[in-house]
Design a protein around this ligand. Structure first.
Ligand code: 13P
Ligand code: SF4
Length: 333
């Protein structure tokens, strides 16, 4: 019979796994040189999300959360944007930069939550609340879903933007957990929730968090708002991937952190806080979609962009772009 793990053994295992992930970030000099050459040839800049493999983050020009990547994309001088992330990120970059070429190293990398809304539910809410309804769309959504929406938000600006909207009734799509978190922060708003969710964050349960807290009582608990309500109830800080990283970086007095999001963030956490220890749930949450964006695929895409280019159908683009532009306007206020 297998010996049952003690709490500290199981929490310790999670930590070892994350250290291995960060250590795997070494990229040979000749591969780096090849990437630099291809970037010059293609007039390309590489953007990466914190959830892609550490070696891809290492060679990127900019690494960020969804909002940072969307905002950054509009200010870059290069004519080609290589988006190391999932499909909705590539679509957002293309919508905001229609004259540029946007490439996805792995076009099949998709976010399941991005599809979890029914048009009939949006129509029903509009019929019920009329002009006093705003359809608020998490950027983790397809271009088509964005066309049904009034404004986009990300996990780093959802509370601020929802608080500033003139409407009292907000239909929040697709993520129920971020929507519920926004509703709790804004009691004056009536937030209608949709049933979408992130399968990776939903897998983190309170029992895993309590086990980590028991094993590491001095650790601060940092959580992404895509986690469930009961998991967020355990958190000392709730924020986007960038927010989590900035929290750890700006609290040098804390040396242990329990991190409740996808394990990809550990590369940047360890770069900024090499003195600290980061514990993840023993299930080591991994976004299988982001994990598809590998270094060989990035190289292949830079060598031959055929088949990697993001196209948003012309009939969707204007209406899908509008809520993204509104998000950038509200965020800049
Ligand atoms: P961020 O907005 O924190 O980058 O999160 C994106 C995401 O997909 C989380 O699962
Ligand atoms: Fe989508 Fe979840 Fe992956 Fe984020 S972590 S891209 S929400 S599946």
């Amino acid at each position: 019979m297998t010996k049952p793990q003690t709490l500290s053994e199981s929490a310790g295992q999670a930590c070892v796994a994350t250290k291995a992930a960060a250590a795997g970030a070494a990229v040979p000099d000749d591969v780096r040189a090849q990437i630099e050459r291809l970037k010059r040839e293609q007039d390309a800049v590489i953007l990466a999300h914190y959830y892609v493999p550490p070696e891809v983050q290492t060679v990127a020009d900019h690494v960020g959360d969804s909002f940072a990547l969307a905002r950054m994309a509009v200010d870059l001088p290069q004519q080609t944007i290589v988006l190391c992330g999932v499909e909705f990120m590539g679509e957002s970059a293309k919508l905001l930069n229609p004259t540029k070429r946007v490439l996805l190293p792995e076009p099949a990398a998709d976010c399941p939550m991005a599809h979890m809304v029914r048009k009939a539910d949006v129509d029903a809410a509009r019929a019920e609340y009329g002009d006093d309804l705003a359809v608020v769309c998490y950027v983790n959504s397809t271009a088509r879903i964005k066309t049904w929406s009034d404004v986009c938000v990300t996990s780093s600006n959802a509370v601020k933007i929802c608080g500033e909207l003139p409407q009292r009734n907000l239909l929040f799509i697709p993520d129920q957990n971020l929507g519920r978190y926004v509703a709790e922060q804004l009691p004056d708003k009536h937030v209608i929730l949709n049933k979408g969710y992130c399968p990776r964050h939903m897998m983190i349960d309170r029992a895993q968090v309590e086990a980590l807290e028991l094993a590491h009582p001095d650790a601060s608990v940092l959580a992404h708002p895509e986690c469930t309500e009961e998991v967020l109830g355990e958190a000392d800080y709730i924020g986007s991937t960038k927010g989590i990283i900035e929290f750890a970086a700006s609290h040098p007095e804390v040396s242990e952190f329990i991190v409740l999001t996808v394990v990809g963030v550990v590369a940047e956490l360890r770069r900024l806080r090499s003195d600290a220890t980061f514990y993840f749930p023993a299930t080591t949450p991994t976004c299988v979609n982001m994990a598809m964006v590998t270094l060989p695929k990035l190289l292949a895409c830079l060598s031959d962009p055929t088949g990697h280019e993001v196209e948003v159908p012309g009939e969707l683009a204007p209406d899908a772009k509008l809520p993204l532009e509104r998000m950038l306007d509200y965020a800049a206020r």
